[in-house]
Design a binder for this molecule. Structure first.
Ligand code: SAM
Length: 348
């Protein structure tokens, strides 16, 4: 195991069979070793700093019906909401005051939020806050729509591919959704010029080790600037209510694999990770993550953006809890980096 990890570090890749062994047979000592190597790798490029992004969940109305997601169309048990432009601008104002220089707008695929409305919001943020990076995570759109948002001032886009295996994709999504379209969206985003993020849920129902290897190889080929890895967590009002959550250790292992393979990538220690273990966020950072995304959404709407049960959105996961976040990061020897934190590739 040690030799395999050291070779991954040296060569920044392994064969599919070796990845399989690493995922299936990594014991506690192996995990400790790979987490340490990945942490050192992150420190080499980013120092003891963690970038922050202010997350605004702009609405939970969604026309998609992904089987894992609490805001899926068929869930009748949630109160739907959508933030208007003025509310979003208020969140940005608050975020800017707190020191955020990246705003992430995430939401369901909501027909009401058409191109015109999104362009209007992006342009308002761009003209008010010239030095802020604008990240969108609004799902699958046409290349023309992505281009309009980009021209209005958006810089980055997060769209997890969720799984690179077609059979697995069809277990997670209804027939109306296709892996091909999702992957095409990712290539379109990159082509337009977005810093592009993709990723997976760890332990999603039906996921096999082979699927994870396929994800690693796709991400190796695609070279995203951002990689989002979090555990799957069941939501009680979805068809996957009875499945168990993804493993903390496998998530930490994958974070480290991705850090070692993509030393300069922006890799968040995700809210899902912070939701499954009290020290999940910190452990993600100690496994090579270098970004956290505190919640800037209006306080009274936060609980409604319930993708999975017990989702953290308060305390150090809340933008107004920055002091607490700072304390937690300090306790593991890290500081908040208030810069915009763009992706910079440097030759190795
Ligand atoms: N609609 C946009 C999209 O599809 O990319 C953005 C919103 S979507 C809710 C954001 C991400 O939440 C998904 O990419 C998925 O990986 C994650 N997610 C949804 N349900 C989840 C669950 N039950 N456990 C963990 N992550 C989940």
């Amino acid at each position: 195991m040690k030799k395999l990890i050291q070779r991954l570090h040296r060569e920044r890749t392994l064969s599919p069979d070796e990845f399989r062994i690493l995922i299936d047979e990594c014991n506690d000592d192996g995990l400790q070793l790979i987490n340490n190597i990945a942490k050192d790798e992150a420190q080499k490029h980013f120092g003891n700093n963690v970038l922050i992004r202010g997350l605004i969940e702009i609405g939970n109305c969604c026309s998609n019906d992904c089987y894992y997601c609490g805001i899926r169309r068929s869930n009748r048990n949630i109160e739907r909401y959508r933030l208007d432009r003025d509310t979003i601008m208020e969140c940005c104002k608050e975020g800017y005051k707190l020191g955020f220089r990246t705003i992430v707008m995430q939401g369901g695929e909501d027909k009401y939020m058409n191109d015109e409305r999104i362009v209007d919001i992006v342009s308002s943020i761009r003209s008010t806050y010239k030095d802020v990076a604008i990240t969108l995570s609004l799902g699958e759109k046409s290349a023309e729509s992505y281009k309009k948002f980009y021209d209005a001032g958006a810089n980055r886009y997060l769209l997890r591919h969720e799984t690179y295996n077609k059979k697995h994709y069809s277990k997670l999504h209804p027939e109306s959704m296709s892996l091909d379209n999702r992957i095409q969206c990712l290539y379109n985003l990159k082509e337009i010029g977005y810093q592009t993020g993709t990723g997976i849920m760890v332990g999603s129902p039906g996921q096999t080790t082979d699927n994870i290897v396929e994800d690693i190889l796709f991400i190796e080929k695609f070279k995203p600037q951002m990689i989002g890895i979090g555990p799957f967590i069941p939501h009680s009002d979805t068809p996957f209510a009875e499945y168990s959550m993804g493993s903390l250790n496998t998530t930490l292992l994958l974070l480290s694999i991705f850090r070692i393979m993509h030393p300069h990538a922006l890799i968040p220690s995700t809210t899902a990770l912070a939701s499954i273990a009290p020290d999940g966020r910190e452990r993600g950072i100690l496994a090579g993550a270098n970004v956290v995304m505190p919640n800037l959404s209006p306080y009274n709407q936060r609980k409604k953006y319930s993708l999975y049960n017990n989702k953290a959105s308060m305390g150090a996961e809340a933008a107004e809890g920055l002091a607490l976040l700072e304390q937690k990061l300090n306790s593991i020897g890290y500081n908040i980096d208030y810069s915009r934190g763009d992706f910079h590739e440097v030759r190795l």
